[in-house]
Design a protein around this ligand. Structure first.
Ligand code: HEM
Length: 395
């Protein structure tokens, strides 16, 4: 099918602009999904998959839909890693890290720490009676957690954040067609030295253990470390900001969760369904392939809309409603499925749960300000701020 045929055959997709995908995307995704669950979008230069079944089919079939493509920008900045490889190579990159991110290991090492850290971050602001929960809680918690998990020699959270910002700017630049800039190159070199020093000096640390396993080269250990950092910071900040905004913005759900704290994990899961922090994941067709009756050509970009899949009305009844008692919350796809399932999902959930609990414990009367603006963004979706107010005189 040539481009002209694609524009004719997918009129809803053809009319979509990048602005539609960046702002209040959900009505737009609902429109596309209703008639073109696999649609051609000139705005992204690729196919957009919005139905949950088709999304799963793509995510689980790495033979037909791969991440391993020269257009994948993160790999061009940090080198090949688990995020940019498939098949045996992917398994080799990922396997040495799996143990450290298992549920039990994460709970053991991080549950008490994240709860304490979240409480401390908020405690400094209690007397003010207002704050931006994204800036005060979500962002520093995200950086603190991954800095601790990677345990890099001589790297405090500020330094980790500096590397993240420089590498993210490099990836954005490459996406926009520029070369990797000097600032990004310096950050990559600096992070590389920190990884090498950690391996040499910090026996017992995650990175030293992975290096000792011997299945990754020093370059590969570095690129996977960068991807762990890259995958953890903006996403977790967004996940926590979204969860707090959803909960504080919904009086009846907030009341239910405050009355029964065992519902906090469900509230976090429902927030992930409503607004998956990483909204689009890209794959490339390895050959000509049929998806939902649509003929996809070899090399085509196939972008999976996790936001679209998560509001598929054939799976989630009343999909635009934030409902923590939904019976099938576990079907949401914010962490994808298949070989690239998010490695940090337990650590991410733990920190957002800790943040929600800290707010319920320390500022139980916190209310979202009227001027709150909902999440936006093409790939990472989050509100610019989560402004809240409470009565500082109430204990
Ligand atoms: C501690 C925090 C986190 C860490 C350490 C982390 C780490 C990772 C890593 C290493 C991967 C690559 C796995 C692979 O390709 O085999 C990954 C994938 C992914 N992560 Fe996370 N992540 C974190 C938080 C999050 C959050 C909060 C979200 C969204 C709510 C998220 C969404 C994703 C998605 C969608 C993928 C799949 C990407 C793709 O298939 O192309 N992650 N994560």
């Amino acid at each position: 099918m040539d481009i002209a045929d694609r524009l004719t055959n997918f009129p809803v997709g053809a009319a979509v602009t990048l602005g539609d995908l960046t702002g209040d995307v959900h009505p737009c995704l609902a429109r596309i999904r209703a008639t073109e669950p696999v649609s051609w979008l000139p705005a992204i230069g690729g196919w957009l998959v919005t139905g949950r079944d088709h999304a799963l089919a793509v995510l689980r079939d790495a033979d037909s839909f791969t991440v391993d493509d020269p257009r994948f920008s993160t790999a061009r900045v940090v080198g090949p890693s688990m995020l940019s490889t498939d098949g045996d190579d992917h398994a080799r990159h990922r396997a040495p890290f799996v143990g450290a991110f298992r549920h039990a290991v994460v709970m053991d090492g991080f549950e008490a720490w994240t709860a304490k850290k979240a409480g401390r971050l908020l405690a400094g602001h209690l007397a003010a009676g207002y704050c931006d929960l994204r800036a005060v809680l979500a962002a520093p918690l995200a950086v603190g957690v991954i800095a601790r998990a990677l345990d890099l020699a001589e790297a405090d959270p500020d330094r980790v954040l500096g590397w993240y910002r420089a590498i993210a700017a490099g990836v954005e630049g490459v996406n926009a067609g520029s070369d990797v800039g000097d600032g990004t190159r310096r950050a990559v070199a600096d992070l590389r030295r920190a990884v090498d020093r950690t391996v040499a000096d910090s026996a017992g640390s995650l990175l030293a253990e992975v290096a000792a396993g011997g299945s990754l080269t020093a370059d590969e250990l570095f690129s996977n470390t960068a991807v762990l950092m890259f995958g953890a910071i903006e996403t977790s900040e967004a996940m926590t900001a979204n969860a707090l905004a959803h909960l504080l913005g919904s009086a009846d759900q907030l009341e239910a969760v405050a009355a029964d704290r065992s519902l906090v994990p469900d509230a976090v899961e429902e927030s992930l369904r409503m607004e998956p922090a990483a909204t689009l994941v890209d794959r490339y067709a390895t050959g000509a392939v049929d998806l939902a009756g649509v003929a996809i050509s070899a090399g085509d970009l196939v972008s999976v809309s996790l936001a679209g899949a998560n509001r598929d009305p054939t799976v989630f009844a009343g999909p635009d409603r934030f409902d923590v008692s939904r019976p099938n919350l576990n079907l949401q796809l914010a962490f994808v499925r298949g070989p690239h399932t998010c490695l940090g999902l337990h650590l991410a959930r733990l920190q957002t749960i800790a943040a929600v609990n800290a707010v319920l414990d320390l500022v139980p009367d916190a209310r979202l300000d009227d001027d709150f603006q909902p999440a936006s963004g093409l790939v990472f979706r989050k509100p610019a701020t989560v402004p809240v107010t409470w009565d500082p005189t109430v204990e």
